[in-house]
Write a protein that binds this ligand. Structure first.
Ligand SMILES: [Zn+2]
Ligand SMILES: [Zn+2]
Length: 331
C-alpha cells in the first residue's frame, strides 16, 4: 500500500472507532494471589491502561509486600531510587502510582493491606458497592479497629480516602487511572461481593471478587455478569478476566462458603460461552485464576491440583493463567 493508502486506511479506521494502535490494552501486576490463611500474599492486583501511567488497585489484601516483590521482579521498570526520592521505590509505587482502589467486598483478605498501610497513603478514592463501602465505614474506619482515614463515618475524619459507592450497573470514572468501570453484584455465601468491568478506549477487562456458583448460591448474579461479558466478547473488546478458584474438586459443595472449584468455574464458563456466541467462542480467552486457599497439610499442593483439574476439563479452549506475587502480564 502507498503512503497515501495507509493514511486513508488510518483515517477510515479512526472514523469507525477502531483501534489503530495494536499494542493498546492493559498491564496487570499481581500484588497478592492467595485467598487467605497466610498474611503477606493476599488477593490484590493492579491494573493500568497501556496509555496511562497510573494504576487502579483491584482489592488490597496485601499491598506493600506485593509492591516489594514486584519491584524485585522488575515489574515496575519505570520506578528507580533516583526518581522516587524522597520516597523509597516502594513508597513511590504505593503513594504515586496507585491512584485509586476498587474493593470487591468487605472480607479482610481483600483489604487488610490497605488498612495497615493507610497512615502513609496519599489522598485517593476507594470505589465499591454500597454494601462494601458501608462495611469499610462501619467496621474498619471507625476508631475502634482503626482510625478513620476516610472522609465519612464516625469520629474525626482524617480524609485520606474518599469513599465512593457508584450505582450498580452504571458507568463511572475511576479516579486518575483514566479507566472507567461498571460494578456488577455477585453472591458470596451470604454477603454481597462484586465484579468490576474496567474499560478504556475500546478495551475491557473484568475483575471478579469472591463468588459462589449461581446453582449453589441460588442466585442469577453470575448469569447476569456472563451476559454482559458475552457481549464484550462478541464485540471483541474483552482482553481478559481475573476470577477465583478457591478450592479443589475434592471439597464438598456444602463446604465451599460462597467460593468456586475448577468444576464449578468450568460449569459457569460454559454459560459465558453460550452468551459469547456458542461453541468455540472462548478459545484463547485469558482467564487469571486467583484466590487459591493455601493448605497447611504436609504434601498438599492445592495450586497444582486446581491447575490440573482446570486443564483436564478445559473443553472451552480457555487460556488459564496463574500469576505469582510480583508478576506482571500484558492483556
Ligand atoms: Zn477472599
Ligand atoms: Zn470473601
Amino acid at each position: 500500500m502507498t503512503n497515501k493508502g495507509w493514511r486513508a486506511a488510518l483515517i477510515i479506521s479512526a472514523g469507525l472507532g477502531l483501534s489503530v494502535n495494536a499494542s493498546a490494552g492493559f498491564k496487570v501486576v499481581a500484588l497478592g494471589v492467595n485467598g487467605g490463611v497466610e498474611e503477606g500474599n493476599l488477593t490484590s492486583y493492579l491494573i493500568r491502561s497501556d496509555d496511562q501511567s497510573r494504576y487502579l488497585g483491584l482489592d488490597a489484601g496485601s499491598v506493600l509486600p506485593g509492591i516489594g516483590k514486584a519491584l524485585e521482579k522488575g515489574s515496575f521498570p519505570e520506578v528507580t531510587s533516583e526518581n522516587s526520592a524522597p520516597l523509597t521505590p516502594k513508597g513511590a509505587v504505593f503513594r504515586n502510582l496507585i491512584s485509586a482502589y476498587f474493593i470487591s467486598h468487605g472480607h479482610l483478605d481483600h483489604l487488610a493491606g490497605l488498612i495497615i498501610a493507610s497512615p502513609q497513603d496519599s489522598k485517593k478514592p476507594i470505589y465499591g458497592s454500597a454494601e462494601t463501602i458501608d462495611t469499610l465505614r462501619q467496621y474498619y474506619f471507625n476508631w475502634k479497629v482503626w482510625p478513620n482515614f476516610s472522609d465519612s463515618g464516625s469520629g474525626q475524619r482524617l480524609g485520606t480516602y474518599r469513599l465512593n459507592a457508584p450505582r450498580l450497573g452504571q458507568r463511572f470514572s475511576l479516579g486518575l487511572s483514566g479507566l472507567d468501570g461498571v460494578i456488577y453484584p455477585l453472591s458470596h455465601g451470604g454477603i454481597g461481593s462484586s465484579m468490576l468491568l474496567v474499560s478504556r478506549n475500546n478495551d475491557t477487562f473484568a475483575y471478579f471478587g469472591d463468588t459462589g456458583a449461581d446453582r449453589l448460591e441460588k442466585s442469577r448474579h453470575l448469569d447476569a455478569a456472563w451476559r454482559a461479558l458475552g457481549e464484550e466478547i462478541k464485540q471483541k473488546r474483552l482482553k481478559g478476566l481475573i476470577i477465583e478458584t478457591s478450592f479443589t474438586n475434592q471439597t464438598p459443595e456444602n463446604q465451599l462458603f460462597g467460593h468456586l472449584t475448577p468444576a464449578l468455574l468450568l460449569e459457569e464458563l460454559t454459560h459465558l460461552e453460550g452468551y459469547a456466541g456458542g461453541k468455540g467462542s472462548l478459545k484463547g480467552l485469558k482467564v487469571v485464576i486467583s484466590h487459591i486457599k493455601p493448605s497447611l497439610t504436609a504434601g498438599a499442593d492445592p495450586r497444582a491440583d486446581i491447575r490440573q483439574q482446570l486443564e483436564q476439563g478445559n473443553d472451552l479452549g480457555v487460556n488459564f493463567l496463574f500469576m505469582q506475587q510480583g508478576d506482571s502480564l500484558e492483556f
